[in-house]
Structures are given as C-alpha cells and as structure tokens.
Design a binder for this molecule. Sequence first.
Ligand SMILES: Cc1cc2nc3c(=O)[nH]c(=O)nc-3n(C[C@H](O)[C@H](O)[C@H](O)COP(=O)(O)OP(=O)(O)OC[C@H]3O[C@@H](n4cnc5c(N)ncnc54)[C@H](O)[C@@H]3O)c2cc1C
Length: 357
Amino acid sequence: MTEFNYIIIGGGCAGLSLAYELEIHKKLQNKTLAIIEPRLEYKRDKTWSFWKVTDHSFEDCVIKSWDNFTINTASASNQVMSKKFPYQSINSEIFYKKINNRLSQNKNIKFFKNLNEINTNNAFIFNSVPSANSVSSNLWQHFQGVEIETSKDIFDKDVLNLMDFNCEQRNAVHFFYTLPFSKNKALVETTWISNLNNDLLKDYDSQIENYIKYNLNIKNYKINYSEKGAIPLFYPLNIKKKNKINIGTAGGMTRLSTGYTFLNIQEHSRYLRENIDNIENLKIYEIPKKYKFLDKIFLKVLIKYPEKMPNIFYKFFNSFSNSTIRFLSNKSNFFEDFLIILKMPKIIFMKVLFKND
Ligand SMILES: Cc1cc2nc3c(=O)[nH]c(=O)nc-3n(C[C@H](O)[C@H](O)[C@H](O)COP(=O)(O)OP(=O)(O)OC[C@H]3O[C@@H](n4cnc5c(N)ncnc54)[C@H](O)[C@@H]3O)c2cc1C
C-alpha cells in the first residue's frame, strides 16, 4: 500500500482549506498528501458566513457581502452598520470547486474514500472527523435553512437579519436568520440553541413555513436549496499526539458563543502551513483562553436563563458594534473585552460565575 507524508482525514471545510493552504504555498512539491473523504460528490451543502476581520483566500467564493445587519426581539429592532467588517457569505459548492480544481493539478495529492486503502504508518495525520464525545444532551446550535425565490422583489438586499427572536422560544433560545442574496432570493434559517433531545428538530419545516408566511409576509415562493446542521457548542476531545493534529470542528475551531468556525479554520490552516516543517513538535492551536472562559460563562447563563437571551443578544450589538464584532471574531483587545462585559446584565452573570444560582 502507498505511503504518504501527510494524510488529511475528512475533505470538508477544514481538510480542503489546509490542503489548499499547503498547495498554494508550495509545501506539496516534494511531499505527498492523501485526503480521505467518503462523499461521492461535492455539491452545495453549506453557506459559510462571517464578519471579514482578516483576509482569507476565498474572496472569489463570496456570493454576497453586507455592511448592515439587524437584530430583532419581540419588542425592539436595531440596525447595525458594520462597514469596517463586512459580513460575507461563501457558497460551499464554489469553495469545493475552486480547491479541488487546484489540488487536481498536483500529482502528489490523491483522494481516497477510506483510510484502509493506504499505509498510515509513517504519515503525519490531520484529522477533521470528530470523535465519539458528541453527546446529544450537550448544547448545540442546530438549524435548517431554505433558499427561497419570490416572483416579486421583496427583500432589502443590503441588510441581513442576523437574529430575529420574534418567534416561539419553547424554553430554549430560538431565532431566525435571513440572508437576502438579492431582492427576490434569500436564505431563511430557523436556529435553535439547545440540546438535541427534543421535538424542536422535528418541525423545522413548519417553523420556516410559518415564519415566511406570517413574519416575512410572503405567500408565493419556491425553494431552490436547503441546508441543515448542528454545530457542537462544547469542545471536542483534542488530545495531542506526536503524529496527529485535529483540525476544524474536531480541532476546537468553533467559537462556542456563536458557532462561527470558518475564519478560525482559515487561521488554523495558516498556522499549520507556517509550521509544517516542525509539525511534530507544534503546540496545539487554540481559540484564545480568554474567549473560552467568557464563552463558558455566557453559555451557562444561556442554559439557566434562555428567556433572557433575546435581550442580551440585542444589547450585545446595541453599541460599540465594531468592538462586539471583533470580540466575536477573537480579535478584541483588553479595552474592548471590558466594554463587552459592561454590556452584560451583571447580577445574573455574577450569580452564574460564583455558582450561587
Ligand atoms: C449547514 C452548516 C452551516 C454552517 N454555517 C456556518 C457559518 O455560516 N459560519 C461559520 O463560521 N461556521 C458555520 N458552520 C460551522 C463550520 O464552519 C462548518 O461545520 C465547517 O464545515 C466545519 O468544517 P470541518 O472540516 O470541521 O467539518 P466538515 O466540513 O463537515 O468536514 C468533515 C468532512 O469529513 C468527512 N467525513 C465524515 N466521516 C468521515 C470518516 N469516517 N472518514 C473520513 N472522512 C469523513 C465528511 O464527509 C466531511 O467532508 C456551519 C455548519 C453547518 C453544518
């Protein structure tokens, strides 16, 4: 069986991002790479969105960028300008195509369906398949979205709706997310933050249908595309081994307070590429500890007081929005962290922090 210098397990967002990063920086000219990916074909399955706080290699996969977003609760609505950090959306199909086109030009890179097909003995492994600690009773951000097309021009294409809490909460945290790609095309997503053990998942379709009909006031539309997912809001087991590093969701690249992962994956790929010649001795790349600590408290409050979260999220973006965006994207400085903490309802956060509640 063939041996490889590097093996990437899982050719999804993190696996392909890393392969692309290595390839474009000429790290695979004298090294071989096997990518293990069981899927039969690459098609659109995700829409990755994020505030562009750093440069990335996928500007040409961005299908839409916004400078404004809204946050709604049942009683208030706020429009936030984010010109400094535009909110970008990437279509996964374009991303997969761009990367696979580039990788196919290098004979040192091969795809396999199963790890059993190759010899792993002397390879360094980058693994993006989460281990079995994915417990459904933990906290997840789970969602379903549909891209709808209307016959009339209905959407304000310049303003996305990041969170609309004007919907049933069922003792969890629930909001709708609407990305208007054009005046008559938008991705509408029902998003829950809860465990996976309840009925919420069963009626995603009717939640979306009702929201489109009653909240967005749209009667006639067709569905072009749908996506569904569950992002773990807990850290995976990530034990450092001499010849293996976890990447992507499996590598702890998700910010637990938001589910955002895409840009962290890009930064992790850059870090791995820069240190590829010393990979066996590399320190595990982590989301900075201060965010891990603050997110942990935030999620404890969310579990304890789900009914308070719409107002908390609303306040979060109400002022100093650039600092909030930088905070949520792991880029805030000490002063900005302090501003964010000041915006939070202090008593309940203190209660949770000191476990009196
Ligand atoms: C629908 C959806 C939308 C999301 N939207 C956003 C967003 O807007 N912004 C954001 O920042 N994050 C978002 N995320 C979170 C995160 O960015 C994505 O989940 C991202 O795809 C994570 O990359 P990954 O490589 O860790 O996992 P994946 O992209 O899921 O890749 C894992 C790969 O491993 C393969 N695989 C599975 N089992 C095996 C096996 N046994 N052996 C080998 N390969 C295997 C899979 O086929 C897959 O290709 C979203 C997640 C989902 C599910």
